[in-house]
Design a protein around this ligand. Structure first.
Ligand SMILES: [Zn+2]
Length: 143
């Protein structure tokens, strides 16, 4: 799940995004990992032009991408965990009925160090990295 308003803003094209995603999938495959899907919001409520400039239901913190993935992939969101590096990810996860983990990689450390007092919803777990997040999910732990 990713907000990519850079498309709405004209910073890069959908073709560039598709190439980046294809590279991501390829590198994961090389390491024996796979993705069931990549869900992208290319919209922005105030920037850019049609069709990207719009108030949509998929731009996090709205849960539209999660709901779409759940529908297409047959996921039970009440038994799912969203792992993200932004407060808006946590909000989207909560709105969709999932648990949420904040990872301290990417934007996560800065969000946690400087923004946590204003998080709309707290994470169910704060993970050092993706491996820590996965271990927490698999262990069924709460912290
Ligand atoms: Zn959107």
């Amino acid at each position: 799940m990713t907000n990519q308003a850079g498309i709405a803003r004209g910073y890069f094209s959908e073709d560039v995004l598709a190439a980046v995603n294809a590279t991501l999938v390829s590198r994961l495959k090389d390491e024996g990992a796979y993705l069931d899907g990549i869900y992208v919001c290319t919209h922005h409520p105030t920037a850019g032009e049609s069709p990207y400039r719009m108030v949509c239901d998929c731009r996090k913190p709205r849960p539209g991408l999660l709901l779409r993935a759940a529908s297409e992939l047959g996921l039970d969101l009440s038994r799912s965990t969203l792992v993200g590096d932004r407060a808006s990810d946590l909000v989207a996860g909560r709105a969709a009925g999932a648990r949420s983990v904040l990872v301290l990689t990417g934007y996560g450390l800065g969000e946690w160090e400087y923004q946590r007092d204003s998080f709309p919803v707290p994470p169910d777990h704060v993970a050092e990295d993706l491996l820590d997040a996965v271990e927490w999910v698999l262990g069924g732990r709460r912290s």
